[in-house]
Design a protein around this ligand. Structure first.
Ligand code: ATP
Ligand code: MG
Length: 288
């Protein structure tokens, strides 16, 4: 099974992750020129890796992004995947569940959108919301039609167990799972919200609901800390990426993906001597 690469941002597998110890900012942020150059290099490498992934047709890759609002999920996904063949990946965004989705278990809607072998699937939010936003707002559970009497003392542990089992099953069957928590500070989030108000071209991004959600910051942080501790495993690692500087965040995400996929040693399929002869025969046929 796939094993996580080492990184200062890797969430340990033994439950010892403390959110407060993880920085949201670092000192050595890249300047614009070196950022662009490094990103372009990583994007090229990722494109090459995706071609090999497709040709070898064994693994699929699932990238999960979770974060508070305005942490930069969208723009990170865009920056990192910008150079990859569009036929080689798909992005799915998970919003509030629809009536049809609520008629199924909580993993159903994302299970339908898992990437096939050879492809990269990106989840912008995911089933983790079921242990994050739903935990902060347990009233959402009322709409979930759960058959048993709700016991909030055990429900979240049960969900973590379902998620761990699900991810282990996927990993055993060839899905490489990498999970990114974009760790933004409340101060930086405030700055970004203010710029959505002050800069006209960003007005469309502003949401009063997002501002209200800020008042639950500590509850969210508690929920993230527990979710990451309960579900970071060698075959489905979480990385807590400092997100106050977007360039640093994007480069960190891109290099973790590239380093992880490089470890798979993806090769183009070997062509046997018999196949090669057959291909040569085809050349003669074409030339006739
Ligand atoms: P953006 O604002 O950048 O377009 P977004 O991911 O914030 O992207 P929104 O439509 O603003 O998209 O918000 C989606 C909302 O759906 C989030 O508040 C999220 O918490 C919520 N959501 C996602 N999954 C669930 C779920 N399973 N149950 C309840 N709410 C959910
Ligand atoms: Mg939003």
């Amino acid at each position: 099974m796939f094993e996580a690469i080492n990184s200062p941002w890797l969430v340990p597998f033994d439950g010892s992750f403390m959110r407060a110890d993880m920085p949201t900012a670092v000192d050595d942020v890249p300047d614009k020129k070196s950022y662009k150059k490094k990103l372009a290099g990583l994007v090229d490498e990722l494109d090459d890796l995706q071609r090999r992934l497709y040709a070898s047709d064994k693994y699929s890759v699932l990238l999960i992004f979770q974060a508070m609002d305005a942490a930069g999920k969208d723009s990170t996904i865009r920056a990192v995947l910008s150079g990859v063949n569009p036929a080689g990946f798909q992005v799915c965004s998970f919003k509030q569940p629809s009536a049809e989705e609520l008629d199924h278990d909580f993993l159903w809607r994302s299970a339908k959108r898992l990437p096939q072998r050879g492809r990269i699937g990106v989840f912008n939010r995911s089933y983790y919301e079921e242990t994050l936003v739903v935990r902060v707002h347990p009233e959402y559970l009322q709409g979930q039609k759960l058959p048993h009497k709700l016991d909030l003392g055990t429900l979240w542990q049960e969900r973590f167990e379902s998620i761990r089992d699900h991810e282990k099953h996927l990993a055993r069957n060839g899905t490489v799972i990498l999970k990114f928590w974009l760790n933004v500070s409340p101060e930086e989030q405030k700055r970004r919200f203010l710029s959505r108000i002050d800069e006209q071209h960003k007005n469309w991004k502003f949401s009063a609901g997002d501002v209200k959600e800020r008042s639950h910051w500590q509850d969210y942080m508690h929920a993230y800390e527990e979710a990451l501790n309960e579900t970071s495993r060698p075959w489905a690692p979480w990385y807590a990426i400092p997100a106050d500087d977007k360039s640093f965040m994007r480069l960190s995400v891109a290099s973790i993906i590239v380093d992880s996929l490089s470890k798979l040693d993806l090769q183009y399929p070997e062509v046997t001597r018999a196949q090669r002869e057959k291909i040569r025969g085809m050349r003669e046929l074409l030339e006739k």
